[in-house]
Design a protein around this ligand. Structure first.
Ligand code: ADP
Ligand code: MG
Length: 676
């Protein structure tokens, strides 16, 4: 039970059914409708094990004059004894027309005595895990509900005015109704969660979330951060050093960030922009502002490849301007690592770039003013929390002013606006909604893998014309070893197919140093064709690469394909992304391929992704094991969300005690997750 999050009485009370079965009525066999679940009561008249077509237990029963056959393909010896002739069974399942007449295959059943009363409420079916039967779960939930009720803990805790204002059902009644709905309740409204009882639960959940985030925000506004006022020294110098002018969207985002940095409270801003929209340089400008104020900046990336690339690009830009850039990842040699850590601690480092190693134990910043997290959705909640705690204490030995560093998060996974507003009520968001000029749109092609030869020919032509190409190997979820093997095989095949080209290979199991070497060779155009697993998904930026082939694209997620495709189309040259699929393609995979084929706008793709996957996965909530919303659905429950937002403002202002009570009830120990 603990495995599915059931520990305390409250957990059980809020473990709400996923559906119901109506056992309040008994249907006669002759009235049973084909394909519809129903309950039947019948008496056993015969049982036997037959072997045709395979071993099975066949039980013959009668309901009045009608016969009903039960077939069990998996059964225990004890079951045969249970099914003794003369016993009465309540059977739950679908009746269908079998070879001998009406039959039920693997019905749920219970042995009853004659005239045993039927339940008065619908039977709840809960999500569960192996080893916990519905019966056990039901009993545990009943017990918790009774205990909570006896202590009046289920009583409504919201002020009367709120309940009236938003026409909310009573809380206690709502919980009890959902667990044990009366026979006449509309099953549809229960399952689709439109029933007033569901509305109440969802409202409460959203209210808790809004309250938590508003409180987090208020707490942040009370904290102090160094005022990093634009000194017009390093930032303009950096802008001048760029080989291009900033887009107006970049300028807008940079200005928003600059203003936040100058404020005396810690910034917490999410910089959103599609793949290739140029977030890095905006982050670099923010770092420059911290540095020109005598503070350190840190840039954390989710992979070594990406961190290395940031290091290379940013040190090329900043070192000539006199900035000390340090690089720190887990794969550094011990001595290099010691030196890097010492430089960061002594304040020699002005900009530290690395993986999450930057925020591990043993690393202290002399004077951290700004922490930047690239591809923040790739980090788990735990890692983001660690970073936030670091930002708290890094400023020397518990700085007297208790200054906290500013935080800038970047993400190329565009989060639909409704989502970001509710999930990130305590974040400010800047959006880069235009791509740098001079990019030719990527052409996307869908090609069956039976036409592999044509694809190979395209690669040959592209590389002969001086371009470079990626070949992305399929995702094999079941086995990492198999995935690796496929990549190695593909690499060998490509080498054989293209004796005149230099072919490289990167995959997740390579040592960081090897990986970096291969990437560096690709950047330098010493490798023309790069065979890769999905490790190249985030951030890699090689503008001469203009062809990408993705094998078994039908297995990939939408945002993953979008990120991958974003690796090409970074120069002025016409780029192409070939999505190779393997027949047959399932329905969901087909709609994914269609979406990616028809859309280039990351926001639209994210919206479709949300429809196909649901919101939880978007935000790394799955990694945390603590999904933030279990009941409400941000897209569907916008009205409730609006109501909850208003109510949270009112509560915090007028009835703080009720707000606290509500939070404790809903979030308990999970509260701190919201801060990440
Ligand atoms: P992302 O937002 O995906 O992190 P990057 O910051 O890696 O994108 O930028 C993608 C590429 O676009 C880089 O090669 C970068 O140098 C280039 N770039 C960024 N801003 C501009 C601009 N305003 N004009 C032209 N090229 C730009
Ligand atoms: Mg990037």
């Amino acid at each position: 039970m603990a495995k599915i999050g059931l520990r305390e009485e409250w957990d059980f009370a809020l473990h709400l059914p996923i559906r119901y079965e109506d056992e309040t009525r008994i249907t006669r066999v002759r009235d049973a409708r084909i394909g519809e679940a129903c309950q039947i009561e019948a008496e056993i008249i015969h049982n036997e094990i037959t072997y045709r077509p395979r071993r099975q237990l066949v039980v013959q029963t009668k309901d009045g004059d009608d016969l009903l056959y039960l077939r069990f393909l998996n059964f225990y010896g004890s079951q045969i004894k249970q099914m003794a002739v003369g016993k009465r069974l309540r059977l739950f399942g679908e009746v269908r027309q079998g070879f001998f007449g009406a039959e039920m295959v693997h019905p749920r059943y219970r042995i009853v005595t004659e005239n045993e009363p039927v339940p008065e409420v619908l039977t709840p079916i809960y999500s569960t895990t192996a080893g916990v039967s519905q019966t056990i779960l039901r009993r545990a939930i009943d017990k918790s509900l009774a205990a909570l009720e006896s202590r009046h803990v289920l009583d409504d805790a919201l002020p009367e005015s709120i309940r009236q204002n938003y026409r909310l059902h009573d809380f206690r009644a709502s919980v009890l109704t959902l667990h044990r709905p009366p026979a006449e309740a509309s099953q549809l409204s229960l399952i689709e969660r439109t029933h007033p009882a569901w509305q109440r639960i969802k409202f409460d959940e959203l209210l808790a979330q809004q309250l938590a985030m508003k409180k987090a925000r208020a707490a942040r506004d009370k904290k102090s951060a160094p005022r990093l006022i634009g000194k017009k020294k390093l930032s303009p110098a950096l802008k001048n050093a760029l080989p291009f002018g900033l887009t107006s969207a970049q300028i807008r985002a940079a200005n928003e960030i600059a203003a936040d940095l100058a404020a005396p409270h810690p910034m917490q801003r999410l910089l959103q922009g599609d793949v290739g929209s140029g977030k890095t340089i905006v982050a670099a400008l923010a770092a420059a502002q911290a540095i020109e104020n005598g503070y350190q900046a840190a840039l954390m990336a989710p992979t070594e490849i990406l961190a290395e690339q940031h290091y290379r690009k940013l040190s090329a830009l900043l070192q000539p301007l006199g900035v000390t850039v340090t690089w720190l990842t887990g794969s550094l040699k011990a001595k290099e690592k010691r030196d890097a850590i010492a430089d960061i601690a002594e304040g020699k480092t002005q900009l530290a770039i690395g993986t999450h190693a930057l925020f591990q134990d043993g690393v202290t910043f002399a004077k951290l003013g700004l922490a930047i997290i690239d591809e923040q959705h790739r980090f788990g909640v735990g890692q983001r929390l660690a970073l936030r705690e670091k930002a708290n204490i890094t400023n020397g030995k518990k700085n007297l002013l208790e200054l906290e560093a500013h935080q800038l998060m970047m993400s190329a996974t565009p989060i639909p606006r409704t989502l970001s507003m509710s999930y990130f009520a305590d974040l400010d968001v800047s959006v880069i909604d235009e791509l740098p000029p001079g990019r030719t749109p990527i052409v996307t092609k869908l090609i069956a893998d039976s036409r592999r030869d044509e694809v190979l020919e395209r690669i040959r032509l592209a590389c002969e014309a001086g371009a470079q190409a990626y070949w992305v190997c399929p995702l094999i979820e079941e086995s990492e070893t198999l995935q690796l093997q496929t990549a190695v095989d593909t690499f060998e095949n490509m080498r054989a197919a293209f004796p005149d080209l230099k072919v490289g290979l990167v995959h997740g199991r390579m040592k960081a140093a090897e990986k970096n070497e291969v990437m560096a060779a690709f950047v330098a155009n010493e490798i023309q064709l790069l065979v890769a697993t999905t490790v190249i998904e985030v951030g890699v930026d090689v503008s001469n690469a203009s062809l990408m082939v993705i094998e078994h694209a039908e297995r990939m997620g939408l945002s993953q394909m979008h990120q991958l495709r974003g690796r090409v189309g970074r120069g002025a040259k016409q780029s192409m992304c070939v999505l190779m699929y393997h027949q047959p393609v399932g329905e969901i995979a087909r709609s994914r391929l269609k979406t990616i084929f028809e859309n280039t706008d990351g926001f639209e793709i994210a919206r479709q992704d949300l429809l196909l996957r649901g919101p939880g996965e978007h935000l790394g909530a799955r990694q945390s094991g603590a999904p933030l919303l279990r009941f409400a659905d941000i897209e569907r429950d916008v009205d409730l969300l609006d109501a909850a937002r208003d109510a949270s403002t009112w509560l915090l202002k007028n009835d703080n005690a009720a707000a606290e009570k509500h939070l404790a009830r809903w979030l308990g120990s999970r509260q701190h997750y919201l801060k990440a």
